[in-house]
Design a protein around this ligand. Structure first.
Ligand SMILES: [Zn+2]
Length: 431
């Protein structure tokens, strides 16, 4: 009789604890638990970088005289061949108003040709008013007129971008300020054309001495028109990008340092041209995930981004090539370790996917463009409900979110309580 009551009490306590455990997990996870710059809900999100890699690095080389391909000039400083031998692609910033054939050589090989203005040295001769002691604050406070903006557009940007696009047939997505000389007028001008502009730390007499630029960018840069960058290749900044899940932009001129170091980390860190990373960030941050549902062995949801096509034109109205945000981004969904994933479909078509554990949590991830709405169906061989949140032993700064840890902690505590109760119960029964 008393044994029976004890057993009933134990069972109801266990059920109660299990319900509480799920409720705590659910309610905590239901509140937004997004890492910086990631979009999604607690179960599905856009990875910070393509293929869910940790950190992004771009390799950029400046100036028309340095970037001429080897096939055109065997004495070139160009990093094209070194990058390609490492299986990587870079960004080449071209200054000038002409359209040499070799721009196509770079572009067709998958490199980005970016803008570096028409008259490089004219830009170098115009440091901002706050130089050489600028801070980001004093730089952004420099007044400018619409005449400044228009003259920079017409004289420096329009002919350069038109020259590149007419040869490559691809939109120029990013620019680099010559000598790093930027100010709010030039930033306002650039805004009409580019997804982002690389700055540069160069002291006087040529540059603006923008000391803070020598840094990595956060997953969503603070100033798209004034991106941080290395002034050469420094391993410390690459390490920062990896450790902080940020974005390092390497800048070289006449030496191709660091390419093998990037090759060695390319399986875990995303190495891509500046423009590709910019497009990824834009789509990642504009992604909307709706209609998330789990039922039995399947998970489904819809994903789309709301970015308009970036229609650009020269100051006189002549159209430039539009930037279309049709680049794929990586989506990932939490799945239990107890199930094998059998398929992932986007709008009814099977796509390739990867399953792996990140900081103790099991995910399936896959790439898809989001220009049009994608209905995603994930199918497993066992129920896909995530019952237990796995507590990460060593969560990385990039992947740990307080809510997840709280939820994991709560689940683990309740599990321990439940297990102890069961043990006590068994002990009593044996005794
Ligand atoms: Zn330059």
């Amino acid at each position: 009789m008393s044994n029976r009551i004890l057993r009933l009490l134990s069972i109801s306590a266990a059920i109660f604890l299990a319900v509480i455990s799920v409720a705590v997990t659910r309610s905590v996870l239901a509140t937004p638990a997004l890492r910086p710059a990631a979009q999604g809900n607690a179960y599905v999100e856009v990875c910070t970088w393509l293929d869910c890699k940790t950190g992004a690095v771009s390799y950029s080389q400046d100036d028309a005289n340095n970037i001429v391909p080897y096939s055109v000039n065997t004495n070139t400083n160009s990093c094209q061949i070194d990058l390609e031998n490492a299986g990587l692609r870079g960004t080449f910033y071209y200054n000038g108003g002409s359209s040499p054939d070799w721009l196509t050589t770079l572009s067709d090989a998958g490199h980005e040709v970016g803008s570096h203005l028409v008259n490089h040295d004219l830009n170098c001769a115009m440091p901002p008013a706050c130089a050489p002691t600028c801070t980001l604050e004093t730089l952004l406070q420099i007044p400018y007129t619409i005449t400044d903006v228009n003259s920079f557009r017409q004289g420096q940007i329009d002919p350069n971008v038109a020259a590149i696009e007419s040869r490559t047939g691809k939109p120029v997505v990013s620019m680099a300020y010559a000598c790093g000389n930027a100010d709010p007028g030039r930033m306002a001008a650039a805004q009409s054309y580019f997804a982002g502009v690389r700055s540069y730390y160069e002291p006087l007499p040529w540059g603006s001495n923008l000391t803070w630029i020598y840094d990595v960018n956060t997953p969503t840069p603070d100033e798209f028109m004034l991106l941080n960058a290395d002034w050469y290749f420094h391993q410390a900044l690459v390490d920062s990008a990896v450790n902080e899940n940020g974005w390092d932009i390497i800048t070289v001129h006449d030496y191709c340092e660091g390419i093998n170091a990037l090759k060695n980390i390319s399986h875990t860190t995303w190495i891509a041209p500046v423009g590709e990373v910019l497009k990824y960030i834009r789509v990642r941050n504009a992604t909307q995930i709706t209609n998330y549902a789990r039922s039995g062995t399947s998970i489904s949801f819809d994903a789309v981004h709301n970015l308009p096509v970036f229609q650009r034109q020269q100051l006189d109205g002549t159209p430039l090539l539009p930037i279309v945000y049709d680049n794929p981004v990586t989506l990932r969904a939490r799945v239990p370790m107890t199930a094998n994933i059998l398929s992932v479909q986007a709008n009814g078509v099977g796509i390739t996917y990867t399953v792996g554990v990140v900081s103790g949590t099991n995910y399936v991830w896959f790439n898809t463009p989001l220009t049009t709405s994608q209905h995603i169906e994930i199918e497993g061989d066992a129920p896909l409900a995530v019952r237990v949140v796995h507590l990460s032993a060593t969560p990385s700064a990039a992947d740990a979110t307080p809510a997840l840890l709280v939820a994991s902690g709560a689940s683990v505590c309740l599990l321990i309580m439940w297990t102890q109760r069961q043990r006590r119960r068994r002990g009593r029964q044996r005794g």
